[in-house]
Design a protein around this ligand. Structure first.
Ligand code: AMP
Ligand code: ZN
Length: 114
């Protein structure tokens, strides 16, 4: 989608620090990390948010969670624990309207988040 930051990252028009890529999913380091490990995992196809997941496009979400599991082992934080967050809409703090899952690790997590 034109003018979507994460679609531009998928297209290689904006650089990113990739940690995983396949045909349908990309994972890269957040530019403003909120934890020692802060990865964003996104579908390559544009889906606006978790509120726009349907029977037609939900397979990629299942695949994203396989990728998150794989990355947690590869990057070494599966054992210690980590947090997965997806903000939906401005009120929840979504600033990029392309579905993404924050994967945060390497520090104690508090709830509710600050
Ligand atoms: P959210 O606020 O939930 O929509 O998350 C968007 C995330 O994208 C934020 O954590 C930003 O730091 C991150 N972000 C914005 N621009 C970039 C970029 N060019 N590369 C990597 N992460 C980015
Ligand atoms: Zn997009």
């Amino acid at each position: 989608m034109q003018d979507c930051l994460f679609c531009k990252i998928v297209a290689g028009e904006i650089p990113s620090t990739k940690v995983y890529e396949d045909d349908s999913v990309l994972a890269f380091r957040d530019i403003d990390p909120q934890a020692p490990e802060h990865i964003l995992v996104i579908p390559k196809a544009h889906i606006q948010s978790a509120a726009c997941v349907t029977a037609e496009n939900s397979a990629v979400v299942a695949h994203i969670f396989e990728v998150i599991s794989e990355l947690s082992c590869k990057l070494g934080f599966a054992e210690e624990g980590f947090r997965v967050v997806s903000n939906v809409g401005a009120r929840a703090g979504q600033t990029v309207p392309h579905l993404h899952f924050h994967v945060l690790a390497g520090r104690d997590m508090t709830w509710p988040p600050g």
